[in-house]
Design a protein around this ligand. Structure first.
Ligand code: DGJ
Length: 722
């Protein structure tokens, strides 16, 4: 709901209020962001915002000197010494800017965000247009809220309304001023096979910048930042979060002002190496950012983000539909397979109850290792006798569907595609390119490149019975150079690349609506709301070790729903860590997401086969909770000897709890697990323990942790008894 009172605006979601106003000088300012308040307090809220017109501040010339004020758009070269929200360079080289109010409108629904993933529907939007005093650039700031959701979605559109071109050296999506507090900054950092570890450090004075310059949101830093108040814990206290609906190089900054302790939080497309050239009449649309305020700790924020992504971002035809349980051949064979080997896998898999066999890397071109073949999306019939159709026929005979791996954005130098179009790779002729996994990245800023890949992938999809695609992406961006872009536009390449990726994803998912697409990027390098708009789930990490996965999945759940995490049971010793964990534990941990298998089923023991069948049957029972439930994180793998999470149905009548004990420790046998997240007034039966207790008792008294040996896992099913 949006309420307007004399150019002051109160934007309410289900548990927060965000208030802004236009002041006497035309500055748009944050008035308040926090716990939900009513419009009757809007006047009072405004009185507590520093006002540039109050007499005591006149000597600072508040007409222009805006340092420390809560402006929703940071200017440059006019007395605001924090980092600006945008940098506009005029024809005469001047860079100062100051954006002030021109107009606003309020409307039902979401704004159009051309070419970018975005919140899809519903809500109320406020659009405020500001104009730069020094150039013809106007910026329109969009704010969308939903009565039933805990997020506010923001973005900015930059329009050059004049005749002379300007360039934007920075064009962030949003800025907001948070109240003075001692915040901790939460970021999700990582690496390959170690994605999204939460780290909290004090914000302190000055700027903390969380970013990626890799051309993708990356393994190393997720496009998310949390600001945690001193009282914030997993279950209580206040925090703010921001996540970008964007998959390219990004930056999020939090800057605490020494003068008054307020914090400017802002972000968008990374400005390093960025320069967007705007001809007269052209517009640059910055990606959306979803801001969240929670008064129920980090857990509350995670649940608000899960609801937002499931309800408004992820493909509505896919998000709540039962996911295919797949078996993938990558770790079973790597590149070393032929028709016979795949048949062994398919035959064995068909006994287990999985839905789909997914053929991973190595089926196309000259692809027996990672040194060649990428870009040649034509089946390698020498390797795969009878082609894909023979494999598909075998799947059908055995009652399985068929899925296929692609890496559409890449090219090997040893490929027909590269030999025909060397300039389609993103590199500077005459220099040695940085090779990663022996491959180059295609220049997706060029429409003809995207068109050609669309044609090649479509040809395979339309000529075979394929129900599932795994879209991989295995390197980061270097040599930001396009053979096709003019010099003045070279700073646009990284963003144009990602627009090309979105274009291809949009076209392929629209052309093949029956195909289920899963995202992947060397594991979870592009696990972000941007990709989730197209792909309902993403390969969470190449690390499937049941201990490491507790940490990776815990960290990922900070701002993504478990249903978006693709989680597989793999063979032991684990290929990434060499650790051996019980088969049951691997199944339990993989059930906290879109489950599947990543192993050679023909090598399973009879016992393991039985166990797999049982896991799949058990998963079907809880799959609704995975798709729609609320997640409560109960025991952290980062600080405890136990991992434990629980999914609770929205009506709180059923719950599913998964845990793992890491190491034998003679002293932790008395530890108590408190089940937060149930309804205090309801009575529950824990099936596996055979007892009933009230939700309140389960929360306060708790249940002893089960005594298990190293890496022992367990699952409990809770049902309300009337
Ligand atoms: C990286 C992915 O994360 C793996 O699952 C697998 O698909 C390989 N790429 C194949 O090259």
């Amino acid at each position: 709901m949006i309420i307007e009172q004399n150019k002051a605006f109160l934007l309410n979601g289900n548990n927060f209020t965000y208030a802004i106003r236009v002041n006497a000088l035309g500055d748009l300012q944050t008035v308040y962001y926090g716990e939900k308040l009513s419009a009757t307090d809007l006047d009072f809220m405004q009185k507590s915002v520093a006002d540039p017109c109050i007499p005591a501040l006149n000597e600072l010339n508040r007409e222009t000197y805006t340092d420390g004020l809560s402006n929703e758009f940071g200017s440059f070269g006019r007395g605001d010494y924090r980092e600006p929200t945008a940098l506009v360079v005029r024809k005469d080289g001047a860079q100062m800017s100051s954006f002030r109010y021109v107009s606003h409108k309020i409307f039902k629904g979401v704004p159009e965000v051309k070419g970018l993933p975005h919140a899809r529907s519903g809500g109320d939007t406020l659009s405020v247009t500001l104009k730069d005093e020094f150039s013809d650039v106007e910026v329109t700031l969009n704010y969308t809220v939903w009565d039933e959701l805990g997020v506010i979605v923001r973005n900015a559109e930059y329009k050059n309304t004049g005749k002379d071109p300007v360039s934007l050296k920075k064009a962030f999506s949003f800025a907001v001023t948070l109240p003075e507090r001692d915040y901790g900054v939460l970021r999700l950092y990582g690496n390959w096979a170690k994605e999204r570890s939460p780290q909290v450090t004090p914000l302190g004075y000055g700027t903390v910048r969380v970013q990626s310059l890799r051309g993708s949101s990356s393994h190393c830093m997720n496009p998310f930042m949390g600001l945690l108040a001193e009282n914030c814990s997993e279950d209580a206290g206040e925090c703010y979060g921001v996540q970008l609906v964007y998959s390219g190089s990004f930056a999020l900054t939090a800057e605490k002002n020494p003068a008054n302790g307020t914090v400017r939080l802002q972000g968008g497309v990374n400005d390093t190496g960025f320069e967007w050239y705007l001809e007269g009449g052209e517009t640059f649309v910055a990606p959306q950012a979803a801001l969240c305020y929670s008064s129920e700790g980090l857990g509350g924020m995670s649940r608000a983000y899960a609801d937002f992504l499931r309800e408004r971002v992820i493909n509505p035809d896919r998000v709540f539909a039962r996911r295919p349980i797949v078996i993938n051949n990558w770790e079973a064979t790597y590149f070393d397979f032929g028709y016979e080997k795949l048949c062994e896998i398919i035959d064995a898999a068909s006994e287990l109850g999985v839905d789909t066999f997914v053929l991973d890397d190595g089926w196309f071109g000259k692809r027996d290792s990672d040194t060649s073949g990428l870009g040649d999306w034509v089946v390698n019939e020498k390797k795969l006798k009878g082609g894909l159709n023979a494999v598909i026929a075998r799947c059908k005979e055995k009652g399985l569907k068929f899925g296929l791996w692609f890496e559409p954005e890449m090219v090997s130098e040893d490929s027909d595609l590269y030999r025909a179009h060397p300039d389609w790779a993103m590199h500077k002729a005459g220099t040695v390119p940085v090779r990663m996994r022996n491959q180059l990245i295609l220049d997706f800023s060029r429409k003809e490149v995207v068109d050609s890949v669309f044609g090649a992938v479509s040809k395979v999809l339309s000529s075979h019975e394929i129900s599932y695609v795994k879209w991989d992406m295995n390197r980061t961006m270097t040599e930001f150079f396009s053979a096709a872009l003019p010099a003045v536009r070279m700073g646009e390449i990284a963003h144009r690349y990602i627009l090309g990726v979105y274009d291809l994803a949009e076209r392929l998912t629209a052309a093949f609506p029956k195909v289920f697409f899963e995202g992947c990027a060397g594991g979870g390098a592009r696990f972000d709301a941007g990709m989730l708009y197209y792909f309902a789930q993403f390969w969470t990490s190449d690390d499937t070790d049941a201990y490491e996965r507790t940490k990776i999945q815990w960290g990922t759940s900070v701002c993504y729903p478990v249903s978006a995490m693709s989680c597989h049971v793999s063979a032991c010793p684990n290929h990434q860590t060499r650790r051996t964990t019980p088969f049951a534990t691997r199944g339990a941990i993989a059930s906290l997401g879109a489950t599947g298998y990543e192993l050679d089923p023909s090598k399973l023991t009879e016992e393991e086969k039985k166990e797999t069948k049982a896991q799949i049957e058990a998963y079907k029972r809880i799959s609704e909770l995975v798709l729609k439930g609320d997640l409560y994180r109960l025991s952290s793998p980062f600080t405890e000897n136990y991992f434990c999470e629980m999914l609770v149905s929205k009506d709180k009548t059923t719950a599913y709890l998964v845990g793992e004990r890491f190491h034998g420790d003679p002293n932790d046998y008395m530890r108590i697990l408190r089940l937060n997240g149930l309804d205090d007034r309801k009575t529950y039966r824990i099936e596996e323990l055979g007892f009933t207790a009230s939700g309140k008792a389960l929360r306060t008294v708790g249940v002893p942790f089960p005594r298990l040996s190293d890496f022992g896992g367990w699952t409990w099913h809770l049902t309300e008894v009337k």
